[in-house]
Design a protein around this ligand. Structure first.
Ligand code: FAD
Length: 383
């Protein structure tokens, strides 16, 4: 038998066992469904191929830019959609359901780079970069992590030394998504007063170089890089005026964490949908494996956890819309959704049996869901 990812999802409605739809506005449902339909049509059919080849799907960027997802909660005055945080989260979950690689691109472009420019940049910086980034005509990256500064970003060693008319940056950044093709890199560096500051480095700066990290085991269609900044000169206007110390860095990470929470929900949903479709079709002992109570128990557990994560996600979004989502709550929200996604991925793999190793039956990006435990999101949740 063969259930392709397309067959698994064709004509499916969003998973909604406990009527969480009743908590959403018509506009939020419309945004969710619009992104869902784009993902079903454009992302799912080719996601496994990009994953196999470890290629970034550049051809999807124009369509992605039209959705309004990039910087989705930023206002229309900066060319963005001005959605509620709940609508933005629903859209992220739909994208993550189709491709964890593409949602990783989104977190870097929207949740980190655009958020930093919007929250910490000057009016001129915002007007210049946010409208084209919203449409994916320009791509941004976020350079914080260094070879020796991961969970502890306060120990970063990249320097920014003032010179006539600007700064010169030196240092290295590791694991930076999108950086090899970014038009603008948001780079965190230590200034001479020992404070952490932030600079916009343009991708064609001769002092900036980003090499793609090879042989990644998961999120293979998203590119992470090693950046070298060697006597990288930037003008004084490249400095983000509101970025003053580690607190500014952490405020952007808190915003990004909100999006990653919804991402966990989306990837978990993908695992559940795939396992359910397979269990209904796969026959053993003369009947579909879905008819056995032990399989049903796994499916029920997945659905139960997804339903609870949906409630928590919408609650977190409503708090964020009311400007009342504190960092501890958003961390717990992300921790819950990612931990549940890891558990659901494992249950889904169990349900698929040997087929869990085959591309035809795996969630679109082969070991995506199942590879959640050892990869980035879990690690990053430690921050
Ligand atoms: C796919 C991917 C994409 C990424 N994209 C970006 C990006 O775009 N921009 C960017 O700046 N960074 C990015 N990162 C880097 C990411 O943010 C770091 O991997 C993360 O901060 C952890 O740092 P580290 O990998 O150096 O691990 P380490 O900090 O070395 O941690 C290793 C282990 O030690 C544990 N640990 C560390 N400190 C403590 C402690 N105090 N108590 C208990 N346990 C601890 C960690 O939880 C982890 O299990 C990305 C990473 C990945 C994998």
């Amino acid at each position: 038998m063969a259930i392709t990812p397309e067959e698994t999802r064709r004509g499916t409605q969003p998973v909604d066992f406990i009527n969480v739809g009743s908590l959403l506005s018509d506009e939020e449902k419309e945004i969710r469904d619009r992104v869902r339909s784009f993902v079903d049509r454009e992302v799912i059919p080719t996601a496994a191929e990009y994953w196999d080849k470890a290629e970034f799907p550049f051809d999807l960027l124009p369509g992605l830019g039209e959705l309004g997802l990039m910087g989705g909660t930023i206002g229309e005055e900066y060319g963005c959609a001005g959605w509620s945080n709940v609508a933005y989260g629903l859209a992220i979950a739909e994208l993550a359901r189709g491709s964890g690689s593409l949602s990783t691109f989104l977190h870097v472009q929207s949740g980190l780079a655009m958020a930093a420019i919007h929250n910490l940049g000057s009016e001129e910086q915002k007007q210049r970069w946010l409208p084209p980034m919203a449409k994916c005509e320009k791509v941004g990256c976020f350079g914080l992590t260094e070879p020796d500064a991961g969970s502890d970003p306060g120990s970063l060693a990249t320097t920014a030394v003032e010179e006539s008319g600007g700064y010169v940056l030196n240092g290295e950044k590791r694991w930076i998504g999108n950086a090899s093709f970014a038009d603008v890199a948001v780079i965190w560096a230590r200034t001479e007063d020992d404070r952490i500051s932030c600079f916009l480095v343009e991708g064609d700066n001769p002092g900036y170089n980003a090499d793609v990290l090879p042989r990644k085991g998961s999120q293979r269609a998203a590119w992470q890089t090693h950046i070298k900044l060697e006597d990288c000169h930037v003008p004084a206007e490249a400095r983000l005026p509101e970025a003053n110390g580690l607190g500014s860095t952490l405020s952007v990470l808190t915003h990004s964490r909100y999006g990653v929470g919804w991402d966990g929900l989306g990837q978990a949903t993908d695992c559940y949908e795939t396992a359910l479709a397979y269990a209904k079709e796969r026959e053993q002992f003369g009947q579909p494996i879905a008819s056995f109570q032990l399989t049903q128990a796994k499916l029920v557990e997945m659905l139960n956890e997804i339903s609870l994560s949906q409630l928590l996600s919408i609650h977190a979004g409503r708090l964020k819309d009311a400007d009342d989502l504190d960092p501890a709550t958003v961390s717990m929200f992300k921790m819950n959704n990612v931990a549940k996604a890891r558990k659901i991925a494992s249950l889904a793999r169990d349900t698929l049996g040997g087929k869990s190793e085959e591309k035809e039956t795996m969630p679109q990006e082969p070991p995506k869901g199942a590879s959640l435990p050892p990869t980035s999101r879990a690690t990053r949740s430690e921050r």
